[in-house]
Design a protein around this ligand. Structure first.
Ligand code: NAI
Length: 462
């Protein structure tokens, strides 16, 4: 008899959600995790700690720029970096302990160590082998490497090292204008670092709506960040007290160098499946190293499933969580399902950037007729009162049917505002459905309603 109905490998957002859901559905579950604490990249060295630093430095920015305007006098606070890091570590501890509590509550056994799968139905951790009717691989991802760049997590860091630098750098060069580069770049720009972002493409945040990307770059530039676009990094030389970032401009192949105290490599992530022994088992990987699965997260080997960053799709904690939920239901004989058309993406800078569904670029490429409803936060009373008028809400709706196809928000709490649109999209709503829903005044969410109105006869405050 198998020791467990299910062994989940990896306790990140995908793995721990899968384990908890499966236990709730009556399965006997264990979860293997080799880190000292549960929660994976997200809770230990990703989403949660970066949000703590973004929160702290946003407060600093408010104090520096807006307090006096509201009659809050008394000088500007000075960052104490050690204390800020201690606050961040405390936040990590509270969250990871929370998962440990949930495991105990749901009677999930945490098998400590690094797992391999010697054969289908078996999981080996250290010198012990456990039998499992089902195995879910939820091993996540790691930072992608870049030719000519050697990470030491001190001078040249990934997102992990960027969360615990010895001191606030004077000059920070960020390689890659994606989510990690801009979130961590923002943290250090607010702390006074001179931040330069070097990006290979001619735009920032590829994949996001182009109009949002342009507006976002302008706002970040206003906040002091510098951008060098169309630049391919060739290598980083680490000298005694600083680093040199060598890049060529793609338009003319000219060679340039930037000096930095710290270099953040943020050029994407790759699936992490090392040491599992998948290939000898016959589990297929894509060219990019992702585990191949069918629509029910099953690999080609019976009883082995995979979810999260280790498989195809956007590398987002909430996508992994939804897949964890769904695969637990599939294993328990239910109909687990994820709607990949409605997965929001959020960048937690200030202002925040949030998006769901199609962009103008993807709609144009598909030749689909669409209309745009857009309003600025400048026309929102609450935003104006709170010095948060930068940005806009933009709806993309089908030209004929008014069905919402996508939405993009750059503005205050965009990451929260996006969700009423996600719910509407899940129900196949038209922009008019949101436009006709009463929204409390004065709230930021009125801007969402106004943009929906702008898809029809027009917004009131535009
Ligand atoms: P990313 O894929 O978002 O951005 C990487 C950027 O690096 C791209 O703009 C790319 O064009 C650029 N790049 C690639 N090679 C380059 C080179 N040689 N020179 C200059 N630029 C180069 O990757 P990122 O920011 O590292 O994030 C990794 C993953 O983690 C992403 O999937 C992201 O969605 C996820 N993540 C999500 C967060 C959120 O939801 N708020 C927060 C942090 C990470």
């Amino acid at each position: 008899m198998a020791d467990f109905d299910l062994i989940v490998i990896g306790a990140g957002p995908g793995g721990y959600v899968c384990a908890i859901r499966a236990a709730q559905l009556g399965l006997k579950v264990a979860c293997v995790e080799g880190r000292e604490s549960l929660g994976g990249t997200c809770l230990n060295v990703g989403c949660i700690p970066s949000k703590a630093l973004l929160h702290a430095t946003h407060q600093l920015h408010e104090a520096e720029h807006n307090f006096e305007k509201m009659g809050l006098m008394g000088g500007k606070p000075k960052p104490d970096w050690k204390k800020m890091l201690a606050y961040k570590d405390d936040v990590i501890g509270q969250n990871t302990k929370g998962i440990e509590f949930l495991f105990k509550k749901n009677k999930i056994e945490w098998i400590k160590g690094w797992a391999s799968i010697p054969e289908a139905g078996k999981v080996k951790v250290g010198d012990k082998t456990y039998g499992a009717k089902h195995i879910v691989v939820a091993t996540g991802s790691q930072s992608a490497s870049l030719k000519g760049v050697k990470v030491d997590e001190k001078t040249v860091v990934t997102s992990t090292g960027a969360l615990e630098l010895g001191k606030i750098p004077k000059k920070l060069v960020v390689i890659g204008a994606g989510v990690i580069g801009l979130e961590m770049g923002s943290v250090y720009a607010r702390l006074g670092s001179e931040v330069t972002v070097v990006e290979y493409l001619d735009r920032i945040i590829p994949g996001n709506d182009g109009e949002v990307a342009k507006a976002f770059q302008k706002l970040l530039t206003k906040q002091g960040m510098k951008f060098i676009l169309g630049a391919a990094v060739q290598g980083v030389e680490v000298l005694k007290t600083k680093a040199k970032v060598n890049y060529t401009l793609r338009k003319d192949d000219s060679e340039h160098t930037l000096e930095a105290d710290t270099v953040l490599l943020a050029t994407g992530r790759v699936p992490y499946t090392d040491g599992l022994g998948l290939e000898p088992l016959g589990v297929k990987l894509t060219k990019r190293g992702q585990i191949e699965t069918d629509a029910h997260y099953a690999t080609g080997v019976k009883g082995i499933y995979a979810i999260g960053d280790a498989i195809e799709g956007p590398m987002l904690a909430h996508k992994a969580m939804d897949e964890g939920h769904a695969v637990a239901e599939v294993i328990a004989g239910q109909a687990g399902h994820v709607n990949y058309g409605v997965i929001p993406g959020v960048i937690y800078t200030w202002p925040e950037v949030a998006s769901v569904g199609e962009t103008e670029e993807t709609l144009k490429e598909a030749g689909r007729a669409y209309k745009v409803g857009k309003v600025s936060f400048m026309a929102n009373g609450r935003a104006k009162a709170n010095f948060a008028g930068d940005g806009f809400v933009k709806f993309l709706a089908d030209k004929e049917t008014d069905r919402i196809l996508g939405a993009h928000i750059i503005g205050p709490y965009a990451g929260d505002l996006i969700h009423e649109i996600c719910v509407a999209m899940e129900f196949g709503a038209a922009a008019e459905d949101i436009a006709r829903t009463c929204h409390a005044h004065p709230t930021y969410s009125e801007a969402v309603r106004e943009a929906a109105l702008a898809c029809g006869d027009g917004a009131i405050h535009a």
